[in-house]
Design a protein around this ligand. Structure first.
Ligand code: ZN
Length: 203
């Protein structure tokens, strides 16, 4: 299983981190060991002092493909979920300042909590999906799939130019504005269309 993620796919979030809005998707990967399932707790890693949450819509690849065109990309994903792209912002900022890769800031153990997946067909409009996250009961981020700079189909098509997509691969499709730090004892709850899909306690 491969996990892809997309940087700066919501204009307001790109701006809050002082980044420009991209003209092509910015793709990075997380290893399978980053996954947390079944509302497993997140253990704050000793190597960072600034872990941020980023709530994101996830799509799951339903069949193998490469060089997929945007027009036919919808045939390659059929399930949606929600996840948190935990980011060691201090390590990421340090790497970015030196122009170095930031894999360790994004792919460390436990950095990819994921909800269960729902059939996309259960939602009325793929391009109009609300999602949000609360921190200790207070809403911190809310977004809608219609705010993505690159929509699901364009992401699938773009990624498939470089990587063969396989059934079960997951794409974290980017985060809206409002990311912030977590501390030990915090509880994050992520919602898809007002359904609580994911709970993650920081330990
Ligand atoms: Zn992210």
């Amino acid at each position: 299983m491969k996990i892809f993620a997309v940087g700066r796919n919501y204009a307001e979030h790109a701006k809050e981190l002082g980044n420009s809005v991209p003209t092509e998707p910015i793709i990075f990967m997380k290893p399978e060991t980053a996954v947390l399932k079944n509302n497993a707790p997140f253990y704050y890693p000793y190597f960072s002092q600034n872990i941020h949450f980023e709530v994101e819509l996830l799509i799951k690849i339903s069949k193998e493909g490469k060089n997929i065109t945007p027009r036919f990309a919808y045939k390659y994903f059929s399930e949606i979920g929600i996840g948190i792209d935990f980011t060691a912002r201090d390590l990421q900022d340090k790497a970015k300042a030196s122009g170095l890769p930031w894999d360790i800031a994004k792919g460390f153990n436990g950095s990819a909590p994921m909800s269960d997946f729902l059939p996309l067909a259960s939602l009325t409009d793929v391009n109009n999906i609300d999602f949000s996250i609360t921190l200790n009961g207070v809403q911190k981020q809310e977004g809608n799939s219609n705010q993505m700079i690159f929509d699901f189909s364009h992401l699938v098509a773009y990624i498939s130019k470089f990587f063969t997509l396989k059934k079960g691969d997951v794409i974290f499709t980017g985060t809206p504005a409002g990311v912030g730090a977590v501390a030990v004892g915090d509880v994050l709850e992520a919602f898809l269309e007002n359904n609580k899909m994911l709970v993650c306690e920081v330990k």
